[in-house]
Design a protein. Structure first.
Length: 118
């Protein structure tokens, strides 16, 4: 016994999960674009000085303090796991920051010595 599947004569258009920003729309006005969030943007640029701070910048700020920062302090501030925090320290080293560490009274403290643009 064979079963027949029901198919419609007309195939439906597939929708992409994320539509391209420059796709033409009926309600789109000249000079404005719709973002993924649905907020209309004008053609003007925003200033680059309003950059959102990241967790990496938070860690870097902690390392620049005179007392430096311990791994536990950085984990608590960022919400990362310890291995992720150590990976962020490695990333800072790769970006040219001189991250130093020293162990005092059984607690390792990390600091940024200087920034070299090598």
């Amino acid at each position: 016994m064979t079963t027949a599947t029901k198919t419609s004569g007309k195939a439906r258009n597939r929708r992409m999960a994320r539509m391209p920003a420059d796709s033409g729309g009926d309600n789109e006005q000249a000079g404005t674009k719709k973002t993924a969030a649905g907020i209309a943007k004008t053609g003007t640029k925003t200033s680059a000085t309003t950059k959102k701070s990241s967790k990496t910048e938070l860690v870097l700020g902690m390392l620049r303090r005179a007392e430096g920062a311990t791994l536990d302090q950085m984990v608590e501030a960022t919400g990362w796991l310890p291995h992720t925090t150590r990976a962020a320290l490695t990333g800072l080293k790769k970006k040219g920051h001189m991250v130093t560490s020293e162990k005092l009274d059984g607690v390792r403290t990390y600091r940024v010595a200087a920034f070299s643009n090598a």
